[in-house]
Design a protein around this ligand. Structure first.
Ligand code: UT7
Length: 387
């Protein structure tokens, strides 16, 4: 029997601390007006003491599992997409597995820059389609703030911290990823780079003096690449899925720059109402941005069961990835099994979907409140463990 990877749970975790453009005006030579018009960003979340890629991943995974009603011990695999792990070694995915109590899960960290989450989602789907695994967690997470040069106005205004996760479960109903494209333009590997601190240029006093341990970006080069690959890859995956543009309810792009997103949407001929944008509140959270935007789209009722959504990411490498996904978090009601007059099928499905959206939004608020209430206890436990 053919298997499909269905997203059945999702959850996000962002630091409480917010840094606004006005805060940045007091730190460097910039302005709210420049940042908003050039990027669309108004504020971003910044990790506080004790908040790391591991802690945000664990919180996001716990929410995704709670949503799906799955225990951590049932998880077969955890993929954490990030460029900002807690340590270079061990893989942060192992810390997540431990702290989650996912004792039976394999775990690995996937590094593909801002494209990492889509690479991870496609990889997870393959494991499910081959029949090897039944439940896979995919996380996109970044704690970029410690690696950003807060004296460099060309990068520090852009990035933010956060994480989000989805749970994929095996299903025999056709759903999940319908088509995908993964790519890499390795000749531009140096366009987005931490120049020092790796084995090519190990950490040293010189690296520190030259500030080479901080992230550097050739913004214009990445901008051109991003606008082109976003347009081309979305066109390719929609075509490969066999769907038409009218069948696509939502595009969720990597939130790198509102201008890139608007430019690509214009080139694709897609109205902005069909494009998810939340960069104003999060900045560019790299591998976390697509799953964060997905969580918000579901909470806002912008995705209904049965919809088709396109994910598209681009970033360091330079890499890109796009996928068309059939969004069906619950078993679908099939028209052929419908016991009542056929004319009632559509309105009843619409009511069911509206109730579903309200319940999802309410549950997300409740989870956020519960996690916020637990935060001081978790911090206290971490301090005790660390000390
Ligand atoms: O997530 C991974 C993928 N990343 C991306 O996709 C990022 C792609 N690139 C971008 O989003 C844009 O290139 C940036 C937002 C990074 C920069 O925007 P831009 O419109 O390309 O600006 P620019 O680099 O061409 O700079 C224009 C001017 C320069 O001044 P001069 O030389 O014209 O006098 C910069 O020095 O803006 C200046 N500038 C700033 N001014 C105020 C650069 N950063 C700032 C700043 N505040 N923060």
């Amino acid at each position: 029997m053919k298997r499909y990877g269905r997203i059945t749970g999702w959850g996000k975790a962002v630091p409480e601390r917010i840094l606004t453009n006005h805060d940045l005006e007091g730190m460097i030579d910039t302005s709210d007006e420049w940042i908003v018009t050039r990027t669309g960003i108004r504020e971003r979340h910044i990790a506080g003491p004790g908040e790391t890629s591991a802690t945000m991943s664990v919180e996001a995974c716990q929410k995704a599992l709670a949503h799906a009603g799955v225990d951590p011990e049932e998880v077969d695999l955890i993929i954490v997409a990030t460029s900002t792990p807690d340590y270079l070694c061990p893989p942060v995915s192992s810390m997540v597995q431990d702290q989650l109590g996912a004792t039976h899960a394999a775990a690995f960290t996937l590094v593909a820059g801002c494209t990492g989450f889509v690479y991870g989602l496609v990889t997870a789907s393959q494991f499910i389609e081959t029949g090897l695994y039944k439940k896979v967690l995919v996380v996109g997470v970044e704690t970029l703030s410690p690696g950003v040069d807060w004296t460099d106005r060309t990068t520090c205004v852009i990035f933010g911290d956060g994480g989000a996760a989805v749970l994929l479960e095996a299903s025999d109903q056709p759903t999940g990823i319908l088509s995908c494209e993964l790519g890499s333009q390795g000749k531009d590997w140096d366009a987005l780079i931490y120049p020092g601190g790796g084995c090519a240029k190990p950490f040293s006093e010189k690296v520190l003096r030259n500030r080479e341990h901080y992230l550097r970006m050739d913004g214009r080069r990445v901008f051109k690449f991003a606008a082109r690959t976003m347009t081309d890859s979305v066109t390719n995956v929609v075509k490969a899925s066999g769907l038409t543009w009218d069948d696509i309810e939502l595009i969720i792009p990597h939130q790198a720059n509102a201008r890139i997103i608007e430019l690509a949407a214009r080139r694709l001929g897609v109205p902005m109402e069909k494009v998810m944008v939340n960069i104003d509140r999060y900045g560019n959270t790299s591998a976390a941005s697509i799953p964060l935007a997905l969580c918000e789209a579901v909470e806002e009722g912008r995705l209904e069961p049965g919809d088709h959504v396109v994910f598209v990411g681009f970033g360091a490498g330079l890499t890109w990835a796009a996928a068309v996904l059939h969004w069906q978090p619950e078993e679908a009601i099939r028209a052929e099994d419908w016991p009542l007059p056929a004319s009632l099928f559509r309105p009843v499905t619409q009511v069911r979907n509206a109730v579903w959206s309200t319940q999802v939004a309410a549950r997300a608020r409740l989870q956020d409140a519960a996690m916020a209430a637990m935060a001081p206890i978790n911090a206290w436990q971490r301090r005790i463990r660390g000390g």
